[in-house]
Design a binder for this molecule. Structure first.
Ligand SMILES: Nc1ncnc2c1ncn2[C@@H]1O[C@H](COP(=O)(O)OP(=O)(O)OP(=O)(O)O)[C@@H](O)[C@H]1O
Ligand SMILES: [Mg+2]
Length: 499
């Protein structure tokens, strides 16, 4: 049964209303005569609706009491009034009243107004709940969300969007979206088109953008825009959703490198094999010629002609040796078949690599060791050693600017899930962003012709991925370079276990 609280300070009118209500099947749990009493009784009885006389005597009139009932208890209120006064009606309207009854009224009117008020209240409540649900959903979503009105002004911004754009929602509300969410075309760096409430038919595809945050940081994001439309299909706003794709792009890049290197590895193995045979007889024959020349020279006596032939031979031998080194490096790109893996102490292998490369470092270079104990890894000693040698060589070749002594830092520490982290860092010139994406490419080098084939990092990549680990470079011009190698967890063999 619908329960109605009656608030009326005239006892006779009150009696009349109460009886009319009861006759029409309503329950009247209580009657109040003042505003204060109305609030207290409403709280006590929690009626479905409050019938409120506007012109209550006392400090709290009907309109003030209705406001409190609405704000504190969320109940619908229907006003009873003898006034048709404009001012009263306007004030009453501000309280979101659900209806008015002008006294004197017919009992039948009472029913109509109450039922309509209850109906309207139920709908409003559903709408409010719906809106709360939608805005909670938008706010708690893991993607960044900005809602826009038809003029492209911000009406909502969730926490993820605030964090990525570097703008607080409070500062963003009402501003044109482009001031808040500054996106560039990643290729041309031209400002991306303003996302508007597009028609349903031509919804744009998700696009890749470069988001420039308030602090100037550039973040690659994937952006999509959906219009908000009413039943008739008319747009009344739009939702802009974007997410940070830095990680994904890095992953794609790593996968791309792995794939390229894998196919190259197969090629490299064949190539190295094919070159090695002819190279072997080139070297043997050069050695033979050298000895033969020495013999002839001893028989006929030295002369300038011999000196020239000696020089030419020497050059040919050097060239052959260089080809030999490159072939050996290229072989490093192929996955060795059946290589011998043993349990290795990372610190020992690292120290050996330091010793091997030491004489190639600049004379003033210093080394900093930050070696935390780490678990042993199962690997081939020569391959793991080559990894560290290549990284140390690159670090040694990275000469810092004037006034700074070259410094190389090697560090080991346990990483998450039992993995092992090895870092080789230098304070050299760093790597320009446009170069950074290519350093793992075989034969990519910025060094002068003849000084390195550009295979070091591609070999490192091969070795690390063969071990199931990852390698990444953190570098920027003027900031030095830090190479991070993460090797997978591997428990050392249990000596007590049966073989
Ligand atoms: N520590 C570093 N500091 C600055 N640049 C580096 C560093 N390590 C690598 N690079 C850049 O990456 C490029 C590729 O490195 P990589 O080791 O693969 O080849 P390389 O050193 O040029 O030749 P190689 O290693 O075959 O002798 C280098 O030419 C250099 O531009
Ligand atoms: Mg190198």
């Amino acid at each position: 049964m619908t329960r109605v609280l009656v608030v009326e300070d005239d006892p006779q009118v009150g009696d009349f209303i109460e009886k009319s209500l009861q006759r029409q099947g309503y329950d009247v749990p209580a009657r109040a005569a003042t505003g204060d009493q109305a609030l207290a009784l409403a709280r006590e009885h929690l009626p479905d609706l409050v019938l409120m006389d506007i012109g209550l005597k006392g400090p709290v009139d009907g309109i003030a009491a209705a406001e409190q009932v609405r704000d504190q208890l969320g109940m619908p209120v229907v006003f009873l009034t003898a006034y048709t006064d404009e001012v009263y009606i306007r004030r009453a309207r501000a309280t979101d009243a659900y209806g008015y009854l002008i006294k004197p009224f017919h009992p039948q009117e009472l029913r109509t107004v109450i039922e309509f008020a209850l109906y309207k209240h139920a709908i409003t409540r559903r709408l409010v709940e719906r809106e709360r649900f939608v805005s909670t959903a938008l706010r708690s979503i893991a993607d960044a969300v900005i809602a826009l009105d038809m003029d492209g002004r911000v009406t909502l911004m969730n926490a993820v969007a605030e964090a990525l754009a570097g703008v607080a929602e409070a500062d963003a509300l009402g501003r044109p979206v482009r001031e808040v969410y500054r996106a560039l075309d990643p290729d041309t760096r031209a400002p991306a088109p303003v996302p508007g409430p597009a028609r349903l038919a031509d919804l744009p595809e998700p696009a890749l953008r470069l988001l420039v945050s308030a602090s100037g940081v550039e973040i690659p994001v994937e952006e999509s825009v959906s219009p908000m439309v009413d039943d008739a299909g008319r747009a009344w706003g739009a939702v802009l959703v974007f997410r940070d794709v830095t990680e994904r792009r890095a992953l794609e890049r790593r996968l791309g490198i792995s794939e390229r290197l894998a196919s190259l590895g197969t090629l490299a193995a064949g190539f190295a094999h094919e070159i090695n045979n002819p190279l072997a007889y080139v070297v043997t024959n050069l050695d033979y010629l050298q000895k033969a020349l020495d013999g002839v020279e001893a028989a006929v006596g030295a002369g300038t002609a011999f000196a020239e032939i000696h020089a030419a031979l020497h050059e040919a031998q050097e060239g052959a040796a260089r080809v030999g080194r490159i072939v050996a490096d290229v072989k490093g790109l192929s996955r060795p078949q059946g290589e011998n893996r043993v349990w290795l102490d990372v610190h020992q292998v690292l120290e050996a690599a330091v010793k091997i490369t030491r004489h190639l470092w600049p004379s003033r270079a210093t080394i900093v060791r930050e070696l935390e104990p780490v678990a042993p890894v199962q690997a081939n000693e020569a391959r793991l050693g080559q990894l560290f040698v290549q990284l140390l060589l690159n670090a040694a070749q990275a000469i810092p600017g004037p006034g700074e002594a070259p410094r190389i830092r090697v560090a080991t520490r346990p990483a998450a899930d039992g993995r092992i982290l090895v870092e080789v860092e230098d304070n050299g010139p760093g790597i320009a962003p446009e170069v950074l994406g290519r350093v793992f490419d075989p034969f990519f080098t910025t060094r002068p012709v003849g000084s390195g084939p550009g295979l070091g990092l591609s070999i490192c990549h091969r070795i690390v991925t063969d071990l199931g680990g990852t390698i990444s470079l953190d570098s920027a011009p003027g900031r030095g370079t830090r190479v991070r190698v993460e090797l997978p967890a591997s428990a050392p063999p249990d000596p007590g276990a049966p073989a």
